[in-house]
Design a protein around this ligand. Structure first.
Ligand code: AMP
Length: 304
């Protein structure tokens, strides 16, 4: 099995009430691929600029992420600057510079084109669609997006959504996309666009899975120390699709629920420290023991 992701490969400047970093490795495709790398072979598609060094590449390659489809082009790497108040569920964007993504035209290698699973992480919807079109054989395709693209590229985004199986999106953004304040109705409206599954991410409150014949939700893993929520959604998606690609023998209600568990666990590790710091040195044993704890705290029977 193998999994391909397109999305931002970035330098992030982030301020939270618990610290700050002026320039660190980030981007939706980076957070996604690090999380998914615990379960399967992940290929990242996207451009980086001259300022992207071996040091950043080593973070990805250190986790076995396949970087053959990362294209080095003249110019600067995508840059995002944001901050959070005490409500860590809301990211405030201060600056977005597409830089090398501005006129990037993806040309995927044969290996990336023939991946079984595909994730269109948060980036311009036109780019998501170009990659989708090149991966005709993908059995299951996920998509994430954000308010910027809902505001500036809505038509293309709706078209991209119609071409995927599962949308993973923030609860505020799914309401914005559909104009529907009620989450269940908003999820139904997204399914009407084409996908058969919708995951509404609710920050520290967890995530909810809507399918035509089912509903499942998990809380966020309760943590006492959260330093930087940047990339939590992408790490969730990486745990979710990584598990489905690498370890599930089918995609059905049961495996989707387990995938929600792995997504929740990976997101929880990601937010404990800044950027990729925590997931960069995470182990599979730590993931499994947190999954056991999550299972225990969401089970109705106490075992007594
Ligand atoms: P998340 O916190 O999971 O929503 O994702 C945060 C990551 O998304 C950061 O590492 C940013 O580099 C990246 N990002 C922020 N804005 C955008 C955007 N407009 N397009 C693509 N990636 C973005």
């Amino acid at each position: 099995m193998s999994l391909t992701v397109v999305g931002s490969i970035a330098f992030d400047a982030v301020v939270t009430p618990f610290g700050e970093r002026e320039r660190m490795l980030g981007g939706s495709a980076v957070h996604f691929s690090l999380a998914a790398s615990f379960f399967t072979d992940v290929r990242v598609v996207g451009p980086v600029g001259d300022d992207f060094t071996e040091k950043e590449l080593a973070v990805l390659e250190g986790r076995g992420v396949i970087t053959d489809d990362i294209e080095r082009v003249p110019g600067e790497t995508f840059f995002w600057k944001g901050h959070y108040e005490y409500d860590l569920n809301t990211a405030h964007t201060d600056d977005t510079r597409l830089n090398v993504f501005g006129d990037f035209e993806p040309k995927l290698s044969d290996a990336s084109r023939s991946s079984d699973l595909l994730f269109l992480a948060n980036i311009q919807p036109d780019l998501q669609r170009q990659v989708r079109a090149q991966c005709g054989d993908a059995k299951f395709v996920g998509l994430d997006t954000m308010n910027l693209w809902i505001d500036t590229a809505r038509d293309s985004l709706v078209q991209a959504i119609s071409e995927v199986d599962c949308v993973l999106i923030n609860d505020a953004e799914i309401r914005q996309l559909t104009g529907e304040p009620n989450l269940a109705r908003a999820a139904a409206a997204v399914m009407e666009m084409g996908p058969k599954a919708v995951i509404a991410k609710q920050g520290e409150y967890g995530a909810a899975l809507f399918t035509p014949n089912g509903f499942f939700a998990l809380p966020g893993f309760p943590l006492e120390d959260v330093r930087d929520p940047t990339g939590a959604g992408d790490s969730f998606a990486g745990g979710f699709l990584g598990y489905l690609d690498g370890e599930a023998d089918r995609i059905d209600q049961e495996t989707l629920r387990t995938a929600m568990g792995y997504g929740t666990v990976l997101a929880s590790f990601n937010v404990e420290e800044f950027g990729t710091e925590r997931v960069g040195r995470l182990t599979r044993e730590e993931i499994e023991s947190r999954l056991v704890a999550l299972r225990a705290m969401t089970d109705f029977s106490t075992g007594d």
